[in-house]
Design a protein around this ligand. Structure first.
Ligand SMILES: NCc1[nH]cc(CCC(=O)O)c1CC(=O)O
Length: 356
């Protein structure tokens, strides 16, 4: 399998040294380690996107760790989650958070798998006790894409929604996407569109709606980037916290695996994910609370350390209220920056939008 990750994730010599040392230590001590080292049992959802992400990660891992030189070192465990099973209702109606991870966490906690690969935006901000986010991978493009139905075509790139006629029906399951569109186009109609990426695209072609929105990262990883009619700037559509980032969870006490996964961590992805997830945790909205969070590391002065810039958004589901604010600071203060921005947004928003 070709990795879906760009070659720029090629390990630096330092990372390769750390990973090789970790692997060598594991090999030497594996007879005494707290668990069998190989095969490593990896948990994943069974959607095409989840499988592409998981297999790309495993391919990357074999490049970093000589002892895992081929895919025979892994056992893939596809786990059907509640979020995958219930397709006819909004996630908010069936409990919302963690619906794409609950059963995977259970398999990790009781030792049926050794680690799990997730889309970070589907991972709740507070993990079950005994589990940790051990690794975040280099962020794919975080932006949302607008996909137009067969009878529509992009018109004005500076006004991406101009392609949508008055009263157009948008298929969407995300209150974040819905609120931001309704705020500028209150005439639009929204219909529930659940299912994996291909299912949603099929429903669009079958004219069950006039347009839909999908994460560019998912389309790109599935080799479907050309289906994006327009890519929405984060200033037009603030992405979901963690969108475009793949994260790996392990048991907190699995020191060997945590050490190996830490060696392939993407520092920038960890910093921006930490800020965005701290913002989300602070707002702690119900699953009906539209919340966006997008952080970037931006060089301020050539040769100086970059600054972390975080944009946060809260809104009412119908778009009648929308508040967007920014904060900047040092990447190592990512968690504090996320919390402070969340406090600021919550203080100046109607309290009812956070209620279940
Ligand atoms: N549960 C939906 C989901 N979770 C992660 C992605 C895209 C991949 C990513 O954000 O890394 C998607 C599809 C979408 O929002 O279009």
């Amino acid at each position: 399998m070709d990795s879906a990750y760009p070659s720029s994730t090629a390990p630096s010599p330092a990372l390769q040294k750390v990973a090789a040392e970790a692997a060598a230590r594991q090999k030497k001590t594996s007879g005494h380690s707290s668990r069998r080292l190989l095969p490593l049992r990896v948990g994943t959802r069974g959607s095409p996107l989840a499988l592409v992400q998981t297999r790309a990660f495993l391919t990357m891992l074999t490049r970093f760790c000589p002892v895992l030189r081929d895919m025979g070192a892994f056992q893939e465990h596809q786990i059907n989650t509640t979020g995958d099973q219930v397709q006819d209702r909004r996630l908010a109606e069936i409990g919302g958070k963690g619906l794409f991870a609950k059963e995977i966490h259970e398999a990790l906690s009781d030792g049926r798998i050794d680690f799990a690969v997730h889309s970070l935006k589907d991972l709740e901000t507070t993990l079950p006790p005994g589990l940790v986010l051990a690794c975040t991978l280099r962020r794919e493009d975080a932006r949302d894409a607008l996909i137009l139905g067969p009878t529509l075509a992009p018109t004005d790139p500076d006004d991406p929604y101009s392609a949508l006629p008055q009263g157009a029906m948008v298929g969407c399951a995300s209150v974040r996407r819905q609120a931001q569109m309704l705020h500028v186009r209150p005439d639009l109609k929204f219909g529930l569109l659940r299912g994996n990426v291909q299912t949603r695209l099929d429903k669009l072609v079958a004219r069950q709606c006039d347009a839909t929105l999908l994460a560019l990262a998912g389309l790109r990883r599935l080799g479907m980037e050309e289906r994006a009619s327009l890519v929405l700037s984060p200033t037009v559509m603030v992405p979901a916290a963690g969108q475009g980032i793949v994260g790996v969870t392990v048991r907190e006490d699995d020191v060997e695996l945590r050490e190996l996964l830490a060696a392939i961590e993407d520092y920038e992805a960890r910093a921006v994910a930490t800020a965005e997830r701290a913002l989300l945790a602070e707002l702690d909205g119900s699953c009906r609370t539209p919340i966006g969070g997008y952080a970037q590391l931006i060089p301020v002065v050539a040769g100086e350390a970059p600054k972390l810039h975080l944009t946060g958004l809260v809104a009412r589901e119908d778009g009648s209220f929308l508040l967007k604010r920014d904060i900047s600071g040092a990447p190592e203060d990512a968690a504090r920056l996320g919390r402070e921005l969340g406090e600021s947004l919550r203080a100046d928003s109607p309290s009812d939008i956070f209620e279940e």
